[in-house]
Ligand binder design. Structure first.
Ligand code: COA
Length: 253
């Protein structure tokens, strides 16, 4: 299975494990992660979640083949269910960004609580480059987190950035050597074992409360445009170019 899950010492781990495709996420993988978040929520022994990838790659984002063959159609699509589960997760979510974090790999960090990044990681939200638009409230949250000017670099130009820059932007807590990032994130997640879970849950909800309605409304608004853009000739050119390992040509649009 391309998603490995397990509970150890109060921490439910979700490990993205499809290294041969750079951890690109398919519909089935979103479904597995949604189930894991639900199970963690139901298990009183779980005090925190840890999301991680493989050495050198966190995730290359949504599987581009899936975007072509099985594009998400509405809010019942597995990717929406997964992101909604993440947004609604009452327990703290700690992420270890083990390497490249592209597209949703960077977007999801905005909905996590604590983020640790490998010093070899490269992050990017190349939606416009792919003929798409920002997703899952990143058009709302990125300007809030990093400021409008820098959000434009990352979301309009699709500029990649390093783990150190992710910290500087306010998207991550710390950069760690590649070999230490998972253990560090795990140790942080385990700290919740010593904290009162009710207070953690209430504090997490309060930290997000002022943005919750706007976040959900933006997810909906972006989703409609994203869905239409997935079928656009611009996106088709971008996806075909990726699969054919060539540069896209947008000169005819
Ligand atoms: N969807 C589907 N397949 C993907 C993928 C994705 N998002 N990302 C990588 N792959 C596949 C490649 O097609 C390749 O498959 P192949 O071996 O069958 O040809 C394999 O994974 C290895 O990828 P490759 O590009 O050769 O690795 P790399 O080390 O040179 O680069 C990345 C790694 C992550 C920088 C690069 O793969 C990338 O940019 N991926 C796409 C990112 C993206 O645009 N995601 C969508 C965001 S919405």
């Amino acid at each position: 299975m391309n998603i490995r899950t397990g509970v150890l010492n109060g921490v439910a781990t979700i490990e993205i494990a499809r290294p041969e495709k750079k951890n690109a996420i398919t519909a089935a993988m979103y479904e597995a992660m949604t189930e894991a978040i639900a199970a963690a929520g139901d298990d009183a022994a779980v005090r925190a979640l840890l999301v991680t990838g493989q050495p050198g790659v966190f995730t290359s984002g949504n599987d581009i083949e899936d975007f072509l063959q099985r594009p998400p159609r509405d809010e019942n699509a597995p990717v929406f269910q997964f992101m909604r589960a993440l947004i609604d997760c009452e327990k703290p979510v700690v992420v270890a960004v083990t390497g490249a974090a592209i597209g949703i790999g960077t977007t999801l960090l905005m909905h996590a609580d604590l983020v640790y990044v490998s010093d070899e990681a490269r992050l990017a939200m190349p939606f416009v480059t792919l003929g798409l638009v920002p997703e899952f409230a990143s058009s709302l949250l990125a300007p809030q987190i990093m400021g409008r000017a820098r959000a434009a670099e990352k979301l309009l130009l699709g500029e990649p950035f390093t783990g150190a820059e992710a910290v500087e932007l306010g998207l991550a807590n710390a950069v760690l050597p590649a070999g230490e990032v998972v253990n560090h994130a795990r140790r942080v997640a385990e700290r919740f074992n010593a904290l009162p879970p009710g207070a953690v849950r209430d504090a997490k909800r309060l930290l997000r409360a002022s943005q919750r309605e706007a976040t959900l409304a933006t997810v909906r608004a972006e989703g409609e445009i994203f869905g239409a853009r997935l079928r656009s000739p611009e996106a088709m050119e971008a996806f075909q170019a990726f699969l054919q390992k060539r540069k896209p040509d947008f000169s005819r649009f």
